[in-house]
Design a protein. Structure first.
Length: 192
């Protein structure tokens, strides 16, 4: 019997690599934490069945306005292209983006440049620092449960979920919908 030498488990080297030129959440402007302005976003991915498909979710912190983009792959360059495509029409309403530390966000500088925004990263293993996005991902999971293959989900289905979330009155926002807060237009549900 050949025994392998014992290896310490703590302080192990992360072989996946690190995100280059990341800016820590501690350097984010105080106004972002106060949620006093529109334009501060949180971003994350939702993985599909077998980690073979994914969605990019972006949530505006003050209004809870949500953008969902289907990803064609998990690579950082594909995510950056999808983020720019999904958010380009809102670039004038993007000041900051706070992301998690997944390597799929390695092209964050391309996103920042394309949207004219500052990108910050939460501390590793600290999902509460992007709590609004984590909560929204939970709401999205009501429509797309854990084992959903996003390759089988149509753009119309994603748009439907986005519309449902953005037109849903939120108790924490004075019973206004994210759409009303984001566009600053009151919607009379009885008139429609």
């Amino acid at each position: 019997i050949v025994c392998k030498p014992y290896r310490k488990r703590y302080g192990s080297y992360d072989s996946r690599g690190k995100i280059k030129n990341r800016t820590d959440i501690d350097k984010r402007p105080a106004a972002v934490a106060e949620r006093s302005r529109t334009g501060d976003w949180e971003g994350d991915t939702i993985m599909g069945k077998g980690r073979k498909s994914a969605l990019l979710t972006m949530v505006e912190r003050r209004t809870l306005y949500t953008i969902i983009v289907k990803l064609t792959g998990k690579r950082a360059d594909l995510l950056a292209q999808a983020a720019l495509k999904g958010m380009q029409h809102l670039a004038h309403k993007v000041k900051t983006i706070t992301l998690d530390n997944g390597l799929e966000f390695a092209q964050h500088q391309q996103i920042a440049q394309g949207l004219g925004a500052d990108v910050y990263f939460a501390h590793p293993y600290s999902p509460w620092q992007r709590g609004i996005n984590e909560n929204t991902n939970g709401l999205i999971r009501q429509y797309f449960p854990k084992e959903t293959d996003f390759n089988q989900v149509s753009d119309e289905q994603i748009q439907f979920v986005m519309n449902r979330l953005n037109n849903r009155p939120r108790k924490t926002r004075g019973c206004l919908s994210p759409n009303e807060l984001f566009t600053q237009q009151r919607v009379n549900l009885l008139a429609t």
